[in-house]
Design a protein around this ligand. Structure first.
Ligand code: TRP
Length: 537
């Protein structure tokens, strides 16, 4: 007889914990008792979270929450892509060096991504237009800080969001508790193991004992259950990505005067890079650096100088992190989700994505009390594939840059340990071939069909944005295009219609700031902002 799992205990009340609690509660309803235990925490300053577009379709739509609703509650703003600044040259050499990694997929022309026609044109017609300006309609609109949505809400650019992750956690807590999730504020002091080595109960400071069939470890970097109680090994990847620290702050911003940028910026620094995540009234920022190459004091000084911060007024958060993943994310009756499972630096905004991808896989592979090892193995393979694939993509950012002004950048060029699958992609690209198969789905089904999206997460478009942006180009264009003059003609029409679309949208789109002001109105956000400002002064 099948014995269904009836009790789940989640440890940790950050975004991973509350995302898991709300999603499981929606997925399984009253049939599953969910308890979330979180320690009392002091309020955190929001240094900004960036996301990717499928968050709405695969997460919030599943919960039944419309975009405007959670956006209002979480002070969210739009992100239509990432602007990479100074990744080719340091500012002293070129203070206008940037390119965009845009959302959305490049169109196909005769089943070949337009990026390949762009390269063909560049090599044969001496046309130096940057790739993202030729193959996407968004780039000039981002330059002008225009909104990805018209005033009436019509969406014209694929976009994701910026927000404070702790506001999202707080919002989801309200939802989940309303749906019956048991919220306990208490601290874990002891994990009791059963005779087979699985977790029997979590014992807390207030003297309570929480038993469950399944435990979800959302305790963050410490991995209290998966690593500390069950002893699962963490695979350290510091030889594959050198950054291991960050200094972060929330910076006031005059939106009225400067507008709001509808994108994340990733600004290359001497020993790493800095994120800039615009939200209403301020932006979150953090310098991600490698402690092997620079001291905390020096990095902090470089960061302060970048934004011209007053160290007496701004609260600086010093962060240490571990890059890598657990050998297995699911061990016996314990599943790790969030930072307790894996961490990759936030260069491509995959933090929350890792969380809801893991939750999705947990529901897909949900066990009964027999904990069939096949389910566990499949789940672990999915997480491993997802993580290692993203790590490879992040490595390409460091590997392909032309910066060589410091030890940090030189080490990235010469000492990174690359996986075989990445080496294979790099070789494929260099001889002009298509790196990833062109997508047969259109953009909207790409972002809604989690199964396909999950397997083709990094598409040809993503790779081309980075490579072309870094000016790291194939030695020749796709050989077969030389025989396809008809297709080349067709591509010219496609390039032209992208330009036309941009020109039209320029006359119609409001500034991002106007749209967000309209969206947020005078909603209850003020109180939350007050907390942040108090922390800073
Ligand atoms: N497949 C994801 C997407 O296109 C890839 C992605 C992650 C991405 N982070 C990004 C694309 C940032 C552009 C910018 O949505």
């Amino acid at each position: 007889m099948v014995e269904a799992i009836r009790n789940v205990v989640i440890l940790g009340g950050g975004s991973a914990g509350w995302m898991t609690a709300s999603y499981l509660s929606k997925a399984f309803g009253d049939q599953l008792n969910i308890t979330l235990i979180e320690a009392d925490t002091i309020p955190k300053i929001g240094v900004g979270e960036a996301t990717i577009p499928n968050l709405q379709r695969v997460f919030f739509d599943f919960l039944g929450v419309p975009e405007e609703e959670w956006m209002r509650e979480c002070n969210a703003s739009f992100k239509a892509g990432i602007k990479f600044v100074n990744w080719r040259k340091p500012p002293e050499e070129d203070n206008k060096d940037y390119f965009y990694h845009l959302f959305g997929q490049v169109q196909n022309c005769d089943n070949v991504p337009l990026t390949h026609y762009w390269l063909h044109r560049r090599y044969n017609e001496n046309n130096n237009e940057p790739m993202e300006y030729a193959c996407y309609h968004q780039a000039p609109l981002l330059d002008e800080k225009l909104s990805p949505r018209m005033m009436d809400g019509t969406q014209v650019m694929s976009h994701a969001w910026h927000f404070d992750a702790h506001l999202v956690a707080k919002y989801l807590r309200k939802l989940a508790v309303g749906w019956g999730v048991n919220h306990i504020v208490d601290e874990l002091v002891h994990v009791e193991l059963a005779h087979d080595g699985s977790i029997a109960s979590l014992n807390t400071r207030k003297g309570d004992r929480y038993e469950a069939d399944l435990f979800v470890d959302c305790s963050g970097f410490r991995g209290l259950l998966i690593n500390q109680a069950l002893g699962e090994r963490f695979i350290d990847m510091s030889n594959q990505l050198f950054c291991d620290s960050a200094v972060a702050a929330s910076v006031p911003h005059d939106d009225e005067r400067y507008g709001i940028e509808p994108y994340t910026s990733a600004i290359a620094m001497k020993h790493g890079w800095t994120w800039k995540i615009p939200m209403l009234g301020r932006f979150g920022s953090g310098y991600v650096y490698s402690s092997k190459f620079v001291s905390q004091d020096e990095a902090t000084e470089e960061f302060i100088k970048l934004w011209d911060l007053d160290p007496n007024k701004v609260q600086l958060n010093q962060i240490r992190f571990r890059t890598g993943r657990n050998r297995r994310a699911w061990v016996k009756n314990c599943v790790a989700i969030g930072l307790s499972s894996c961490f990759l630096e936030p260069l491509e905004s995959t933090g929350l994505y890792f969380i809801y991808a893991a939750i999705y896989q947990l529901v897909k592979h949900f066990p009964d009390k027999s904990f069939d090892p096949i389910l566990i193995d499949r789940f672990n393979e999915e997480i491993e594939g997802m993580f290692d694939d993203c790590r490879d993509f992040i490595q390409t950012h460091y590997f392909t840059t032309t910066r060589n002004d410091t030890e940090f950048w030189r080490a990235n060029k010469h000492d990174l340990q690359l996986s075989d699958s990445l080496k294979h992609k790099l070789e494929t690209y260099k001889v002009g071939l298509i790196v990833c198969p062109p997508l047969t789905t259109n953009e909207s089904s790409y972002y809604s069909n989690f199964e396909t999206e999950f397997r083709n997460f990094w598409t040809n478009s993503n790779y081309y944005c980075m490579f072309a942006g870094m000016n790291w180009l194939p030695d020749k264009s796709l050989p077969k295009l030389d025989y396809r003059l008809d297709a080349i003609d067709k591509s010219r029409d496609m390039f032209a219609s992208l330009k036309k679309r941009t020109a039209e949208l320029k006359t119609k789109l409001p500034p991002t700031y106007e749209y967000l002001k309209m969206l947020h109105g005078s909603s209850g956000r003020k109180e939350e902002l007050a907390i942040d400002y108090r922390l800073r002064s």
